[in-house]
Design a protein around this ligand. Structure first.
Ligand SMILES: [Zn+2]
Length: 438
């Protein structure tokens, strides 16, 4: 089971405890709830010189979803795991929307102002907003976790495949030359270079095999530059023919493939902006950062017979991964970035004209849109108990998004705060049994 974080009364992070232990602490009045998400207790006393077991934050950054795992390297125990969904495209949409609204307003209201089009300075080293948000999301979580538990190191997947290892297999020793790891790095690389599809019939989502462009039986090498992807039937049809003979009928495809073969390794390597930016900022946190490759992660995951999931990938990042990962009962949190609300003053109709009055205050009666509340309505047509995210209205009658749907017009006096909006929404992922039942 995911453990519960514990702080002492001076906000010093202690070892996370089992949920049962946490319940006892709460029952005995020795601790109070400090945070709901992630669930954290604060002790009512200070702990002098606690014995701490260092944890490692492991990250598998993705463009949609990032896997996070807290692993105890010494015992192999996964203490906590989550899958963080980014806003990405939503940010771009919002910015486009804002641009359109401003353009429209300028046409209607501020035509008399002098043109203003070339007066923006682009700061160097900044990322586009949608990428920046992904990097910041991960950084926020690493910072949060290191405040809540004794984090001593970070592991991050930096590259899809280790190009160094592909080109100079000898530098990493015998493991890369004939070990499993070599196979995984090569496969990841070839899949990426050939776009996850059969080179001969463009089939996707079928099992793909590695195909030697210049066949092995005719002295073709086993180097990555001689490899491509083929579906089973194309691979069988090609057999030991040379690519030129096999694609006699399709000169266009042949020319395209031969051109792609020549693309050098470094151009095809994923120079992933988000990952490198994240790496730089993680390094600045002052904790040792270990980098892993996608091929290495996959190898670690396969040798430990784990299914594909973002949080499991995260737990398998890097060479530090323990031989046995203890995952029993771990259910990853699904965390979704929701942002911190909108700064738009009023809603528009579909023609871009104001539809509502301008928003006066973000906070109404102490509540803010996105806060998690519990409303117990004692009388009237809305009688009942509602738990969910609140959307505040200046009238004082709020909307609450519960699991069953949106309930409108709940007066603020019935609402009790459970958790402040912190830019993320949370729910528990589907329970997976570990080890899988046989
Ligand atoms: Zn095919």
């Amino acid at each position: 089971m995911s453990k519960v974080f514990v702080l002492d009364t001076n906000h010093q992070a202690l070892d996370p405890v089992h949920p049962g232990r946490a319940r006892l602490l709460l029952k005995a009045g020795k601790a109070a709830v400090y945070r709901r998400f992630p669930f954290t207790l604060i002790l009512k006393r200070a702990v002098e010189h606690p014995t701490l077991h260092p944890l490692r934050v492991k990250i598998d950054p993705g463009s949609q979803t990032t896997g996070l795992a807290l692993v105890n390297d010494a015992s192999g125990e996964v203490v906590w795991a989550a899958e963080l969904t980014h806003r990405g495209q939503q940010i771009k949409q919002r910015l486009d929307q804002r641009r359109a609204a401003r353009r429209s307003r300028r046409q209607r209201k501020t035509r008399y102002r002098p043109a203003r089009f070339n007066n923006r300075r682009r700061r160097t080293g900044t990322l586009p907003p949608s990428l920046e948000s992904r990097v910041s999301n991960v950084l926020t979580w690493v910072r949060r976790l290191s405040r809540l538990c004794p984090v001593s190191a970070i592991s991050q997947e930096l590259v899809r495949f280790d190009t160094q290892a592909l080109e100079h297999p000898d530098i990493e020793g015998v493991e890369y030359q004939q070990g499993q790891l070599a196979g995984y790095e090569v496969r990841e690389y070839v899949l990426f270079k050939w776009n996850h599809q059969c080179a001969y019939c463009d089939a996707r989502a079928v099992p793909l095999e590695l195909d030697h462009i210049h066949p092995r039986s005719k002295q073709g090498t086993g180097r990555v530059s001689n490899l491509t992807l083929a579906c089973h039937s194309c691979n069988q049809r090609k057999g030991d023919q040379d690519i030129r003979a096999f694609l006699r009928e399709e000169p266009e495809r042949l020319a395209r493939l031969l051109a792609q073969v020549k693309t050098p390794l470094r151009d095809a390597a994923a120079v992933n902006t988000i990952r490198w930016a994240l790496y730089e900022r993680l390094s600045a946190l002052g904790l040792p950062v270990e980098c892993g490759s996608g091929g290495g992660t996959k190898c670690n995951r396969m040798t430990r017979a784990l299914p594909k999931a973002h949080w499991l990938d995260a737990a398998c990042v890097g060479k530090s991964t323990p031989q046995v990962l203890k995952l029993r009962g771990i259910v990853p949190w699904k965390i979704t970035a929701t942002g911190h609300g909108s700064r738009q003053m009023c809603r528009m109709d579909r023609f871009g004209f104001p539809r509502t009055g301008s928003k006066q205050h973000k906070r109404v009666a102490g509540f803010q849109t996105g806060d998690l509340v519990r409303a117990v309505v004692s009388s009237g047509t809305k009688q009942g108990t509602y738990v969910g995210k609140v959307a505040v209205r200046s009238s004082g009658y709020f909307n609450i998004t519960t699991r069953q749907g949106v309930v409108q017009g709940i007066a603020h006096r019935y609402c009790r705060l459970i958790a402040r909006s912190d830019g993320y929404s949370y729910h528990l992922g589907k329970e997976r049994a570990f080890p899988p039942a046989t």
